[in-house]
Design a protein around this ligand. Sequence first.
Ligand code: SF4
Length: 348
Amino acid sequence: MRARTLVVAPNWLGDCLMAQPLLTLLKARSPAAEIDVLAPPAVAPLMRRMPEVSEVLEVDWRHGNLDLRERWRLGRRLRGRYAHAFVLPNSWKSALVPFFADVPLRVGYSGESRHGLINVRHANPRKGAVRAPMARFYAQLGETPGKTPPERLPDPVLSADPVAAIAVKATFGLAPGAALVALCPGAEYGPAKRWPAEHFGALAGQLAARGAVPVVLGTQKEVPLGLAIEQFSLGRALNLAGRTSLDDAINLIAGSALVVSNDSGLMHVAAALGRPLVALFGSSSPHHTPPLAAAARVIYRALECSPCYARDCPLGHLRCLREITPAEVLQQCEALLADPAAGQPAAV
Ligand code: SF4
């Protein structure tokens, strides 16, 4: 009965993809074991595209809320179903469902004093230490505490549906063979991870002049950013921010010839779909959260203040991103578009 594994997913797209190597390793060790994932709606569509995942238990709990009664009810409903649980977020409340479900082995970082809730505990990384690659941070949970994961981890991979990609293009009046360049200017974390809208707009204008079709992807929160980029591009970029579901955005990325993205969830989506990608890093570090794909080019200034991991630039100038010019990004885009090894669009 208890053959299944439950994974409590992180709350962010990028983190979910950085956690996928852990799922791949678990599946490789026990191919017959079913892996179910407990995930909020913001990441559930992504988790459904991971080949390692059997079932996604979608829970719509408000970020920041304890929702104790709902967690208890779900835990009791899941009693006896799972042999292992991997709790990927560090919060106390994220460990409650496996505890209420009486899962015998509940694995996670010590996090917020989770003694008892987590019974296979890994030590939290030391405060102030250089941050290890995020994929290794999660993969560590697949090992016994103290033992390190394999040196080379599998890259994240998402499934793509070519028919769905063509259908979503048609929804937005885009031809099936349009050479889409997906621009992903958002970064939920904060402005210190966002390349300026005027730079994205200038790049979009130059890409359009070369026959590409730049489209801006993002959530409802990024609508103003998308509108600004549309304006800076003199109307050459099509702003789809706030107009797509996450599934639509993934399908559009799968059908793109190229993606230009900040260090954000959609950057990791593009990498996992194997799309040619130019990734722009500001206050964060490409050593900590690199795009895990061969066809990715990273632009990172590595200033004396980098990486500061701030949400807003503490120095007020945002040189780490402002100094990355549209011409420099365009050069990388052209190199990728001219490189047959960077691959053809997955879905056109
Ligand atoms: S302090 Fe430096 S790395 Fe941090 S946001 Fe400002 S310019 Fe970028």
